[in-house]
Structure formats: C-alpha cells, structure tokens
Write a protein that binds this ligand. Structure first.
Ligand code: F6P
Length: 534
C-alpha cells in the first residue's frame, strides 16, 4: 500500500471496530451535527450523517499529513509542474486570483497575461451583449462544454445576454437540432477547444462555418475561438482579435474560469462573471488557510476517501436539490472521474487502493422518482451528496422551495433512519393485514437505513456561490488525488479510443477493409455497412 500503508491499515481497523454501529446512534453525543460539519462564510458542509466519529476523522486527517497534502497544495498554487506526466503546472486557480499577488511559472509572473485576457473578454462580451447577436453557439466537448453549459443553466436568473446553446456531440443530430431555427446573421459561434484538434469540435466547427456561409452570415466576423493554439485558430480563419488564449497549465476540466467561460460571461455579463471568479477565489483562500476539520474541501475529500477507499462503496451520487444545477452531476463526473480514475501512482507503481469512485446523479426531486429506490433498498450502498439552497429566486413560488427543502432533508433522514421490520409490521397491521401476508408485505417495506449522506447548504445559487461550489469540488478532487498518490491532472485514459477511432474511420468510410480488426468489430462494420442507405 505504498507509504500510506500504516494509515490505510489503521482506517481498515477502525472500520472493523465500528462495524454494526449505526449512524443514528452517533447522535446520542451532544453537538454531533455542529462537530461534524464545517462552514466557510455562509456555506455549510454537514457530514454528521456518516459513520465518521472523532477517532476515524483523526485517522483520516493523518492520511492528509502523511500524503504531504499541505506541501502539495502549496506546490500547486505556487506554479510548480505538479502534472508531471505532461510536465505542466496546474494553475486554474490563477484564473480567479483577482485580488491576489503574482503567480510565477518558471520565474515568469502569469498574472498580467491573465488580467489582460480577462479584460479583452470583458470588452468583447459587452460588445456582443450590445450588438444584434441574439444567439451564441458554443462548440466544444468535455471541459470545453460541460462547464459553461452547466454554469449558464445554473445562473439563468442572472442571464440577460443573448441566448446560449451548446453543441458537443459529433453526432450530426446535435448540431442539426441546435442550428435549426437559428438566424445565421444574428448568431455568434464560439469554437472552444484547448487543443483545437479535438475531432468532434473541429467537425462541428466546420459544419457551423458552412451553415453560416450558406445562410448569409459572416463567418469571418461571427466566429470566435477559445484555445491555447494561436496557429490552429488562425488556420481555421479566426483572426487573433477574436481568439482568447490560455496556457497549457489550465486543464480542460478546470478551464471554466478563463476563456472557456466566455459564453457564460456573455450570458450574465462581466460583473457577474467576476462574482463567480470571486467565489472561486474565496474557496481557494479557505482551502489554503483553514485548518484540519474546519477545511471544507479537505473534509469533503476525507468523507469521499472513507466511503470509496475504506468502506469500498463503488459510487457516489451528487444530488443537487436545485433544478438549475441539473448539469452539475455531469460536470463533476468529468472533474472527478477524468482526474482520479487512474490505476498507477505518480511513480508508475500501481495504486494499492481502489481509485476514484463512479460519480453520477441528478437534480432532486426528479431522482426520487427514478433511482432512489435502489439508493434506499438496493443491496449496494451509495453515499449521497445532497445540496440545497436556503432560498430560491422565485419569491412568488416560495412554497415550492419549502417543499424542495423538506424533500431534501427527508431523504437524508430516511437514508440514515430507515424503517425496521417491527415498524413495517405495525404499518401493515394498521392497514388491516395479518398472518403470513402481513409478514410478507412488511418485509418489502423495510428500509435498512444507516446509509451515509452529506449535505452542502448555501443561501442562494448566485454567481459567487456557484464559484465556491465548483472550487470546493476541484480541491476535493485534488486532496483525494494526493492521498491516492496519482496525477489528477492528466487523462491518458482517453487516448486509446481516440487512436482507434482514427484508424477505423477509413474502414467505416469504405476506403479500407476491416480484415485486420477483431471478429466482433469486423462483423459490426459489416452489419452497419449493409444497412447504410445514404
Ligand atoms: O476527453 C479528453 C479531453 O482532452 C478532455 O480532457 C477535454 O476537456 C476534452 O477532451 C476537450 O479537449 P479540447 O478542449 O482540447 O477540445
């Protein structure tokens, strides 16, 4: 188990020792809720409905120390090349360092460049907001899509700019459905790609350009690019004044804070975009300065480690009780799974514990009527991460919000408390059943309970709070990655599929045969060719 074997063993022993102790019983201790929660400003992270006690928490904190997390955190903020399989610094935090000092990469302060690009974005965003442009189409995929798409939806009450649309899938259905109904002359197309090589994005970008030209739009004026590659954006025909660049030390899934956030800035305006950055900056400060149990990202990470690596729960559900955060589970899925879904440590040796969990989820209350059945009564334990605002943006519909809160809190209570066989029997008796039928029906109504969950509570989903939430999870992923000993900032696992797709393309197009492929692939190619009519 590498250098943390002692700490992992201690945690395994604590898990063993506390086997059978219910989460509910932990509330016999006074102040359980306040002692097992952390707060920064108006944001509260409650992890009291988990099986952590003070001893386990100390053992988890020992993991943080043993992994040298504080020094690694300083190295990240300090611009060291901690992404060492790609030889890059990791400085998405610099993009939101609005009020901070210089940040050096190889002895060079990157802040003047960041401020200059941000200022160009502001000018451009205001120009678009004050122009005839009615629709913005962001073409990108992965980190160049999920972040802005999630955030534009999350902040819709603040959206006073042109409508925003997002095209990501290479499936022609996606771009066809988005462009249908748009007026080319009043549409701005933003091609968002860090590398400007991603096949899905470049294919969609060329299709959008052809559509623009065919529909009488001005492709030379109505395209902007967000990328690290000046050369490739120029080759595509987008002039430098409409290219917003960033450096390779901003990872795709961490890039919402900079040029990749342009569609968001156009939607909500530069001032509110600044508030979003300030929320992230505030979480950075908290992460760097709050000690031990008072540190939200650290505690969120440790709860995650406890559930995934110590208890062996394979997945976790992100459950925002906030319809406007409906895309947040998708966004966190990339953030966490592309960052920590790896089998080797920094030094190339295997990870000795399981790597990052499967992250999934949906907005509440919708999920309650879809998959919560399994969460409550299935044989697998799924730790749940609830999120809830104290109030919504619809004062006239405040009663909806009260109902939303009631549902959110009811779910975490039900998961913890459950319903015993005796209680189920009493219910069946009250319903008039008796004998074998009562017994049979009662068993279907038992909830084992003792299922862990956390709740993140915040005043209202405004730009600042969204910035806090996103940065909170980024740092959580960082701390978990440090404890696992892996590089959270590369993504070699996406390469093989890309290479094989490139080699399959001529076969699918009929320019090469499939004889070199395995039997299944060759047969599938044959079937699909046989059924192609166009
Ligand atoms: O899926 C791999 C990946 O590189 C992601 O990390 C990234 O967010 C996405 O592709 C898009 O990359 P790009 O912004 O370079 O088009």
């Amino acid at each position: 188990m590498g250098s943390l074997s002692v700490q992992w063993a201690a945690l395994a022993a604590l898990k063993e020792k506390n086997q059978g102790r219910s989460i509910l019983s932990l509330f016999d201790t006074p102040n359980r809720a306040s002692e097992f929660s952390a707060q920064t400003g108006d944001m509260l992270f409650d992890y009291s409905k988990t099986n952590l006690d003070a001893e386990t928490r100390d053992a988890l904190l020992a993991l943080v120390e043993a992994a040298d997390a504080p020094a690694k955190c300083a190295a990240m903020f300090g611009g060291e090349a901690i992404n060492d399989t790609e030889g890059r610094a990791v400085l998405h935090t610099a993009l939101r360092n609005l009020d901070g000092g210089p940040v050096y990469v190889d002895g060079f302060d990157v802040m003047p460049g960041i401020h200059a690009t941000l200022e160009r974005m502001r000018i451009y965003a205001n120009h678009i907001r004050n122009s005839d442009i009615t629709d913005v189409v962001n073409i990108g995929i992965g980190g160049s899509d999920l972040g802005p798409a999630m955030a534009v939806q999350a902040l819709s009450p603040y959206h006073d700019g042109p409508r925003c649309h997002f095209v990501s899938n290479v499936d022609g259905a996606h771009i066809a459905d988005v462009l249908r109904g748009l007026e080319a002359k009043t549409t701005l197309v933003i091609v968002a790609s860090k590398t400007f090589t991603t096949i899905e994005t470049m294919t969609n970008a060329r299709t959008a350009k052809a559509w623009m030209q065919a529909q009488g739009g001005d492709a030379s004026a109505q395209f902007a690019a967000l990328s690290t590659s000046e050369e490739k954006t120029r080759d595509f025909g987008i002039p430098p004044e409409r290219v917003f660049g960033f450096e390779d030390w901003v990872g795709g899934r961490y890039s919402l804070w900079g040029p990749i956030g342009l569609s968001l800035m156009i939607a909500i305006g530069p001032d509110r975009f600044d508030a979003f950055l300030r929320g992230g900056q505030e979480m950075d400060r908290h992460f760097q300065t709050a000690q031990g149990v008072g540190n939200l990202p650290v505690m969120l990470a440790l709860v995650g480690i406890w559930h995934a690596q110590v208890c062996g729960y394979a997945s976790r559900a992100v459950l925002p009780y906030d319809q406007r955060l409906a895309r947040l589970p998708d966004y966190f899925q990339q953030l966490e799974m592309e960052s920590n879904g790896k089998a080797v440590q920094m030094d190339g040796t295997p990870v000795d514990v399981s790597s990052g969990p499967i992250v999934w989820g949906a907005a509440g209350t919708n999920g309650q009527h879809a998959f919560y059945q399994l969460i409550h009564q299935g044989t697998r334990i799924v730790p749940c991460e609830f999120m809830i605002a104290a109030e919504g943006h619809e004062p006239d519909l405040a009663h909806h919000h009260q109902l939303l809160i009631a549902n959110c809190l009811a779910q975490s209570e039900a998961l913890m408390r459950g319903r015993s066989l005796e209680e189920a029997r009493a219910k069946m008796e009250a319903a008039g059943l008796s004998g074998d039928e009562l017994e049979r029906q009662a068993r279907h109504r038992v909830f084992t309970g003792d299922r862990p969950s956390t709740t993140l509570a915040y005043p209202r989903l405004d730009p600042f709070v969204l910035g806090q939430i996103v940065a909170l999870y980024e740092h959580r992923v960082f701390v978990e990655g440090v404890i696992l000993g892996i590089n959270s900032f590369d993504q070699w696992g996406v390469e093989l599929g890309k290479e094989l797709a490139t080699s399959l393309q001529p076969i699918i197009e009929g320019h090469a045969d499939a004889s070199e492929k395995d039997g299944s692939t060759a047969a599938l190619v044959g079937f699909l060719h046989q059924h192609q009519k166009q």
